[in-house]
Design a protein around this ligand. Sequence first.
Ligand code: NAD
Ligand code: DAU
Length: 362
Amino acid sequence: MILVTGGAGFIGANFVLDWLSAANPLQNERVVNLAKLTYAGNLENLNPLQGDARHTFVQGDIGDFELIAQLLAQHQPRAIVNFAAESHVDRSIHGPEDFIQTNVVGTLRLLEATRAYWSALPEPQKSAFRFLHVSTDEVYGSLAPTDPAFSETHRYEPNSPYSASKAASDHLVRAWHHTYGLPVLTTNCSNNYGPLHFPEKLIPLMIVNALAGKPLPIYGDGLQIRDWLYVKDHCSAIRRVLEAGRLGETYNVGGWNEKPNIEIVHTVCELLDGLRPKADGSSYKTQITTVKDRPGHDRRYAIDARKLESELGWKPAETFETGIRKTVQWYLENPEWVAHVQSGAYREWVSKQYTAGSTAVT
Ligand code: NAD
Ligand code: DAU
């Protein structure tokens, strides 16, 4: 079995759902899913797995050494995939402390519990074990318009408290390999989008605000560039790296889809204009409004994912056009999910349903 951390959030939940689906030849391998259930963790994301004996959910913190040690001893995973993190740049600017606690201290404790478990494993389990750390392109800093895309050897130049905390966690993972021999892999991915994306991030925020008749806030001039990858493609890349990645290596994951934010928002509006036209016949674009820029806002990210393609044969399956259409459709088809997230109803449900601490649910 494998241990997934942070598997109630956006990418982690997509990863667990995909792992236990026909998309994965190893779909019968069990998953223990540990997440703290912060505001970004939503057990409704895992509803399709209710009653599925292959999935065990545990509420807990990656910083809880005793809990991790107990889970590892009990379930004996062959791999750990670490998604657990505070992930939102704007929140990191308002309050960096949680980012340091989870992304840095939490990763340290997870690594230490993993090292203790892995060191005592007999062969061949010890050699086969993997710790895969999920990271971000933001650790590389910001690019000028004509700079080449980030390769894996680009120097680390994190600019926000979030990216600094992720960079620190990447360095810890690297050091645990170099010093202790822990069999690690790291992936650095660009901006994901798709189903289950919490509407604090650009694309889901624009969709839900547009439908609610609210303003669509563009930071600054809207010409900041991100590379966008459909979340299911990120999940398939992680499965591939876990399967065949070289120990101690890092792999960039990207969609070859560099786009300025304003273009992304226009595309979302145009899709909504076609799929859910407004009663007054106007375009959702009329709701676009410019707001104060994010402090320290990185201007451009671009990912060179050639290493993953040439070494491991991975390529994204979706283009931006197909992925964004699926995404907008998913939000239109899941108004209840959106309503629960916005009202916080899922959190009330969690506190009613589960007590604090470690609650195992299958
Ligand atoms: P998210 O914020 O949607 O979900 C985070 C998950 O981690 C939630 O389930 C939350 O409950 C859990 N969590 C938070 N703190 C925890 C702790 N201390 N212990 C255990 N669980 C904890 O995040 P996401 O967007 O799904 O990102 C997942 C990972 O992928 C993160 O490491 C992030 O840095 C990385 N990443 C994200 C993107 C992106 O575009 N969203 C791109 C590249 C890399
Ligand atoms: O690059 C990978 C990173 O992508 C991940 O590591 C992060 O976890 C993830 O949150 C994401 O970070 P960004 O800061 O790029 O994502 P966000 O959706 O917050 O913003 C995307 C761009 O859109 C960014 O340039 C800021 C801008 N933006 C965002 C919001 C929420 C706006 O213009 N208006 C908004 O309201």
